[in-house]
Design a protein around this ligand. Structure first.
Ligand code: BV8
Length: 248
Protein backbone atom coordinates (compact mmCIF):
# COMPACT_ATOMS: atom_id res chain seq x y z
CA UNK A 1 0.00 0.00 0.00
CA UNK A 2 1.56 3.32 -1.07
CA UNK A 3 2.02 5.97 1.62
CA UNK A 4 0.64 9.15 0.08
CA UNK A 5 2.30 11.40 2.67
CA UNK A 6 4.23 13.09 -0.17
CA UNK A 7 1.02 14.57 -1.62
CA UNK A 8 0.15 18.25 -1.02
CA UNK A 9 -2.68 18.67 1.50
CA UNK A 10 -4.85 20.55 -1.04
CA UNK A 11 -4.95 19.62 -4.75
CA UNK A 12 -7.22 21.18 -7.37
CA UNK A 13 -5.17 21.35 -10.56
CA UNK A 14 -3.51 18.11 -11.71
CA UNK A 15 -1.69 17.60 -14.99
CA UNK A 16 -1.31 13.96 -16.01
CA UNK A 17 1.52 13.29 -18.51
CA UNK A 18 0.97 9.86 -20.09
CA UNK A 19 3.11 7.75 -22.40
CA UNK A 20 2.79 4.40 -24.15
CA UNK A 21 3.04 2.52 -20.84
CA UNK A 22 -0.47 3.63 -19.79
CA UNK A 23 -1.85 1.69 -22.74
CA UNK A 24 0.35 -1.39 -22.21
CA UNK A 25 -2.34 -3.15 -20.11
CA UNK A 26 -4.76 -2.47 -22.97
CA UNK A 27 -2.37 -4.55 -25.11
CA UNK A 28 -1.28 -1.62 -27.26
CA UNK A 29 2.45 -2.32 -27.84
CA UNK A 30 4.79 0.25 -26.32
CA UNK A 31 7.58 1.71 -28.42
CA UNK A 32 10.61 0.34 -26.66
CA UNK A 33 9.37 -2.67 -24.75
CA UNK A 34 10.16 -6.28 -25.74
CA UNK A 35 6.96 -6.33 -27.83
CA UNK A 36 7.61 -2.71 -28.85
CA UNK A 37 6.44 -1.21 -32.09
CA UNK A 38 10.00 -0.33 -33.00
CA UNK A 39 11.11 -3.96 -32.55
CA UNK A 40 10.79 -4.68 -36.25
CA UNK A 41 11.50 -1.20 -37.51
CA UNK A 42 13.57 1.81 -36.46
CA UNK A 43 11.64 5.05 -35.85
CA UNK A 44 13.63 6.66 -38.67
CA UNK A 45 12.27 4.07 -41.09
CA UNK A 46 8.61 4.82 -40.56
CA UNK A 47 7.64 7.72 -38.25
CA UNK A 48 9.35 10.52 -40.21
CA UNK A 49 8.34 12.77 -43.14
CA UNK A 50 11.32 11.44 -45.10
CA UNK A 51 10.07 7.86 -44.72
CA UNK A 52 6.61 8.93 -45.92
CA UNK A 53 7.85 10.71 -49.03
CA UNK A 54 10.25 7.83 -49.77
CA UNK A 55 7.71 5.05 -49.28
CA UNK A 56 4.15 6.26 -48.51
CA UNK A 57 2.69 2.79 -49.02
CA UNK A 58 4.91 1.23 -46.31
CA UNK A 59 4.18 4.04 -43.86
CA UNK A 60 0.43 3.91 -44.49
CA UNK A 61 0.42 0.13 -44.13
CA UNK A 62 2.22 0.43 -40.77
CA UNK A 63 -0.38 2.93 -39.53
CA UNK A 64 -3.28 0.88 -40.92
CA UNK A 65 -1.86 -2.17 -39.08
CA UNK A 66 -1.56 -0.16 -35.85
CA UNK A 67 -5.09 1.21 -36.26
CA UNK A 68 -6.56 -2.26 -36.76
CA UNK A 69 -4.65 -3.45 -33.68
CA UNK A 70 -5.69 -0.49 -31.49
CA UNK A 71 -9.35 -0.68 -32.58
CA UNK A 72 -9.48 -4.08 -30.80
CA UNK A 73 -8.07 -2.61 -27.55
CA UNK A 74 -10.11 -1.22 -24.69
CA UNK A 75 -9.20 1.54 -22.22
CA UNK A 76 -7.86 0.03 -18.99
CA UNK A 77 -8.27 0.99 -15.30
CA UNK A 78 -5.55 3.65 -15.67
CA UNK A 79 -7.39 5.44 -18.50
CA UNK A 80 -10.62 5.29 -16.48
CA UNK A 81 -8.84 6.65 -13.41
CA UNK A 82 -7.59 9.62 -15.46
CA UNK A 83 -11.14 10.28 -16.71
CA UNK A 84 -12.46 10.04 -13.12
CA UNK A 85 -9.81 12.55 -11.97
CA UNK A 86 -10.60 14.94 -14.80
CA UNK A 87 -14.32 14.85 -13.96
CA UNK A 88 -13.75 15.28 -10.18
CA UNK A 89 -11.19 18.10 -10.52
CA UNK A 90 -12.50 20.41 -13.29
CA UNK A 91 -9.18 22.27 -13.62
CA UNK A 92 -7.22 19.06 -14.32
CA UNK A 93 -5.93 18.03 -17.73
CA UNK A 94 -4.31 15.05 -19.45
CA UNK A 95 -1.31 15.66 -21.71
CA UNK A 96 -0.64 12.49 -23.66
CA UNK A 97 2.15 11.43 -26.00
CA UNK A 98 -0.08 8.61 -27.17
CA UNK A 99 -1.96 8.72 -30.46
CA UNK A 100 -4.25 5.75 -29.66
CA UNK A 101 -7.28 7.74 -28.47
CA UNK A 102 -7.84 5.50 -25.42
CA UNK A 103 -8.08 8.43 -22.96
CA UNK A 104 -11.00 9.80 -25.01
CA UNK A 105 -12.65 6.39 -25.23
CA UNK A 106 -12.44 6.17 -21.41
CA UNK A 107 -14.55 9.33 -21.23
CA UNK A 108 -11.91 12.01 -20.63
CA UNK A 109 -12.41 15.30 -22.50
CA UNK A 110 -9.69 17.72 -21.38
CA UNK A 111 -6.88 16.04 -23.29
CA UNK A 112 -3.89 17.54 -25.10
CA UNK A 113 -2.74 14.99 -27.72
CA UNK A 114 0.68 16.51 -28.23
CA UNK A 115 1.69 13.96 -30.88
CA UNK A 116 -1.64 14.01 -32.70
CA UNK A 117 -4.02 11.13 -33.29
CA UNK A 118 -3.74 7.92 -35.28
CA UNK A 119 -7.46 8.37 -36.03
CA UNK A 120 -6.78 11.56 -38.00
CA UNK A 121 -5.39 12.24 -41.45
CA UNK A 122 -4.15 15.59 -42.69
CA UNK A 123 -2.23 17.34 -45.44
CA UNK A 124 1.44 18.11 -44.83
CA UNK A 125 0.64 21.82 -44.33
CA UNK A 126 -2.07 20.98 -41.72
CA UNK A 127 -4.54 23.03 -43.78
CA UNK A 128 -6.81 20.01 -44.01
CA UNK A 129 -7.22 17.68 -41.04
CA UNK A 130 -10.04 15.35 -40.08
CA UNK A 131 -10.88 12.19 -38.20
CA UNK A 132 -11.09 9.54 -40.85
CA UNK A 133 -11.55 6.31 -38.99
CA UNK A 134 -14.22 5.55 -36.44
CA UNK A 135 -12.51 3.21 -33.96
CA UNK A 136 -15.94 1.81 -33.05
CA UNK A 137 -16.72 0.60 -36.56
CA UNK A 138 -13.13 -0.11 -37.59
CA UNK A 139 -13.76 1.15 -41.12
CA UNK A 140 -10.63 2.43 -42.78
CA UNK A 141 -9.89 4.51 -45.88
CA UNK A 142 -8.13 3.06 -48.88
CA UNK A 143 -4.39 3.41 -48.47
CA UNK A 144 -2.87 6.84 -49.24
CA UNK A 145 -6.19 8.72 -49.43
CA UNK A 146 -6.06 11.76 -51.71
CA UNK A 147 -7.10 15.15 -50.40
CA UNK A 148 -10.45 16.07 -51.97
CA UNK A 149 -9.60 19.78 -51.67
CA UNK A 150 -6.19 19.34 -53.24
CA UNK A 151 -6.34 16.20 -55.38
CA UNK A 152 -2.66 16.22 -56.07
CA UNK A 153 -1.77 16.35 -52.35
CA UNK A 154 -1.46 13.06 -50.48
CA UNK A 155 -3.02 12.91 -47.05
CA UNK A 156 -0.85 11.52 -44.27
CA UNK A 157 -1.48 10.18 -40.75
CA UNK A 158 -2.45 13.02 -38.36
CA UNK A 159 0.46 12.35 -36.00
CA UNK A 160 3.69 14.24 -35.22
CA UNK A 161 6.68 12.42 -36.72
CA UNK A 162 10.27 12.56 -35.52
CA UNK A 163 11.90 15.69 -36.86
CA UNK A 164 8.51 17.49 -37.01
CA UNK A 165 7.64 20.29 -34.64
CA UNK A 166 4.75 19.79 -32.25
CA UNK A 167 1.68 21.94 -32.99
CA UNK A 168 2.31 25.20 -31.12
CA UNK A 169 -1.07 25.34 -29.41
CA UNK A 170 -0.59 21.87 -27.90
CA UNK A 171 3.00 22.57 -26.88
CA UNK A 172 2.14 25.92 -25.27
CA UNK A 173 -0.83 24.40 -23.44
CA UNK A 174 1.24 21.50 -22.10
CA UNK A 175 3.97 23.82 -20.83
CA UNK A 176 1.41 26.16 -19.22
CA UNK A 177 -0.30 23.24 -17.47
CA UNK A 178 3.03 21.95 -16.12
CA UNK A 179 3.93 25.39 -14.81
CA UNK A 180 0.62 26.07 -13.03
CA UNK A 181 -0.49 22.67 -11.70
CA UNK A 182 -0.73 21.72 -8.02
CA UNK A 183 0.55 18.24 -8.95
CA UNK A 184 2.15 16.56 -12.00
CA UNK A 185 1.51 12.81 -12.41
CA UNK A 186 3.74 11.14 -15.03
CA UNK A 187 2.51 7.69 -16.15
CA UNK A 188 4.16 5.12 -18.40
CA UNK A 189 6.80 7.02 -20.27
CA UNK A 190 10.47 6.24 -20.83
CA UNK A 191 11.17 9.98 -20.91
CA UNK A 192 13.27 9.63 -24.06
CA UNK A 193 11.30 11.65 -26.59
CA UNK A 194 11.60 15.42 -26.50
CA UNK A 195 10.21 17.95 -25.97
CA UNK A 196 7.59 15.84 -24.04
CA UNK A 197 10.32 14.27 -21.91
CA UNK A 198 11.15 17.74 -20.62
CA UNK A 199 7.63 18.56 -19.38
CA UNK A 200 8.05 16.99 -15.90
CA UNK A 201 11.21 19.03 -15.43
CA UNK A 202 9.30 22.20 -16.27
CA UNK A 203 6.83 21.29 -13.52
CA UNK A 204 9.64 20.48 -11.10
CA UNK A 205 11.40 23.80 -11.77
CA UNK A 206 8.10 25.61 -11.20
CA UNK A 207 7.87 24.04 -7.75
CA UNK A 208 5.13 21.57 -8.78
CA UNK A 209 5.41 18.17 -7.05
CA UNK A 210 6.11 15.39 -9.59
CA UNK A 211 5.04 11.76 -9.20
CA UNK A 212 6.33 9.14 -11.65
CA UNK A 213 4.45 5.86 -12.17
CA UNK A 214 6.33 3.20 -14.12
CA UNK A 215 7.18 -0.48 -13.97
CA UNK A 216 10.84 0.50 -13.93
CA UNK A 217 12.80 3.61 -12.94
CA UNK A 218 13.59 6.20 -15.61
CA UNK A 219 15.41 9.51 -15.75
CA UNK A 220 12.16 11.17 -14.66
CA UNK A 221 11.94 9.00 -11.53
CA UNK A 222 15.46 10.11 -10.63
CA UNK A 223 14.20 13.65 -9.94
CA UNK A 224 10.52 13.05 -9.19
CA UNK A 225 9.26 13.75 -5.66
CA UNK A 226 7.86 10.23 -5.60
CA UNK A 227 8.30 7.14 -7.76
CA UNK A 228 5.53 4.53 -7.64
CA UNK A 229 6.86 1.32 -9.15
CA UNK A 230 4.08 -0.75 -10.70
CA UNK A 231 1.69 -1.11 -13.60
CA UNK A 232 -0.40 2.00 -14.26
CA UNK A 233 -3.66 0.03 -14.01
CA UNK A 234 -2.84 -0.89 -10.41
CA UNK A 235 -0.98 2.22 -9.21
CA UNK A 236 -3.12 5.01 -10.65
CA UNK A 237 -6.65 4.25 -9.31
CA UNK A 238 -5.73 4.46 -5.57
CA UNK A 239 -3.60 7.56 -6.22
CA UNK A 240 -6.53 9.24 -8.00
CA UNK A 241 -8.84 8.42 -5.07
CA UNK A 242 -6.34 9.96 -2.64
CA UNK A 243 -6.00 13.09 -4.83
CA UNK A 244 -9.78 13.48 -5.04
CA UNK A 245 -9.99 13.15 -1.24
CA UNK A 246 -7.60 16.14 -0.98
CA UNK A 247 -9.38 18.32 -3.54
CA UNK A 248 -11.86 21.17 -3.10
C1 BV8 B 1 10.56 18.14 -32.18
C2 BV8 B 1 3.74 9.90 -32.88
C3 BV8 B 1 11.47 20.19 -33.01
C4 BV8 B 1 4.05 9.05 -34.08
C5 BV8 B 1 5.87 10.10 -31.69
C6 BV8 B 1 15.67 17.70 -27.86
C7 BV8 B 1 14.69 18.68 -27.98
C8 BV8 B 1 13.76 18.63 -29.01
C9 BV8 B 1 13.78 17.57 -29.93
C10 BV8 B 1 14.75 16.60 -29.81
C11 BV8 B 1 15.69 16.66 -28.78
N1 BV8 B 1 16.51 15.59 -28.93
C12 BV8 B 1 16.11 14.86 -29.99
C13 BV8 B 1 15.06 15.45 -30.55
C14 BV8 B 1 14.35 14.94 -31.73
C15 BV8 B 1 13.23 13.96 -31.38
C16 BV8 B 1 13.53 13.07 -30.23
O1 BV8 B 1 13.13 13.34 -29.09
N2 BV8 B 1 14.20 11.96 -30.50
C17 BV8 B 1 14.46 10.99 -29.45
C18 BV8 B 1 14.29 9.58 -30.00
C19 BV8 B 1 15.87 11.26 -28.93
N3 BV8 B 1 12.02 14.71 -31.12
C20 BV8 B 1 11.26 15.10 -32.16
O2 BV8 B 1 11.56 14.92 -33.32
C21 BV8 B 1 9.97 15.83 -31.82
N4 BV8 B 1 9.90 17.04 -32.57
O3 BV8 B 1 11.22 18.17 -31.20
O4 BV8 B 1 10.44 19.23 -33.07
C22 BV8 B 1 12.55 19.62 -33.87
C23 BV8 B 1 12.36 19.60 -35.23
C24 BV8 B 1 13.40 19.12 -36.05
C25 BV8 B 1 14.61 18.65 -35.49
C26 BV8 B 1 14.77 18.63 -34.10
C27 BV8 B 1 13.75 19.14 -33.28
C28 BV8 B 1 8.76 15.00 -32.22
C29 BV8 B 1 8.69 13.75 -31.41
C30 BV8 B 1 7.33 13.06 -31.65
C31 BV8 B 1 7.56 11.74 -32.35
N5 BV8 B 1 6.27 11.03 -32.48
N6 BV8 B 1 4.65 9.52 -31.78
C32 BV8 B 1 3.59 7.64 -33.91
O5 BV8 B 1 3.09 7.27 -32.82
O6 BV8 B 1 3.70 6.89 -34.89
S1 BV8 B 1 6.88 9.65 -30.43
C33 BV8 B 1 6.40 8.15 -29.87
O7 BV8 B 1 7.49 7.63 -29.14
C34 BV8 B 1 5.28 8.22 -28.87
O8 BV8 B 1 4.30 9.15 -29.19
C35 BV8 B 1 5.97 8.55 -27.59
O9 BV8 B 1 6.07 9.92 -27.38
C36 BV8 B 1 7.34 8.00 -27.84
C37 BV8 B 1 7.49 6.76 -27.03
O10 BV8 B 1 7.73 7.20 -25.76
P1 BV8 B 1 6.93 6.56 -24.56
O11 BV8 B 1 5.53 6.97 -24.64
O12 BV8 B 1 7.70 6.91 -23.36
O13 BV8 B 1 6.96 5.00 -24.83
P2 BV8 B 1 8.17 3.97 -24.57
O14 BV8 B 1 7.80 2.67 -25.19
O15 BV8 B 1 9.45 4.63 -24.93
O16 BV8 B 1 8.15 3.79 -22.99
C38 BV8 B 1 7.06 3.14 -22.36
C39 BV8 B 1 7.30 3.26 -20.87
O17 BV8 B 1 6.19 2.68 -20.19
C40 BV8 B 1 8.53 2.53 -20.41
O18 BV8 B 1 9.25 3.36 -19.51
C41 BV8 B 1 7.98 1.30 -19.67
O19 BV8 B 1 8.80 0.94 -18.57
C42 BV8 B 1 6.67 1.81 -19.18
N7 BV8 B 1 5.62 0.80 -19.00
C43 BV8 B 1 5.42 -0.34 -19.71
N8 BV8 B 1 4.32 -0.96 -19.24
C44 BV8 B 1 3.81 -0.20 -18.24
C45 BV8 B 1 4.64 0.93 -18.08
N9 BV8 B 1 4.40 1.89 -17.16
C46 BV8 B 1 3.31 1.74 -16.38
N10 BV8 B 1 2.47 0.68 -16.47
C47 BV8 B 1 2.69 -0.30 -17.39
N11 BV8 B 1 1.85 -1.36 -17.46
Amino acid sequence: MTDFGFLPSKIDRVVVLSGAGISAESHVPTFRGEDGLWKNYRAEQLATPEAFSANPELVWEWYAWRRSLISKCEPNAAHHACAKLEKALPESWIVTQNVDGLHRRAGAEKIVEIHGSIWKIRTMDRREERFDWDPETGSTPELIPWSEAQPRRMLRPGVVWFGESLPEDGLDKAVELCRTADLCVVVGTSGLVFPAAGFPEIAKHAGVPVIDINVQPTNISSYADAFIKGPAGEALPPLVDEIIARSG
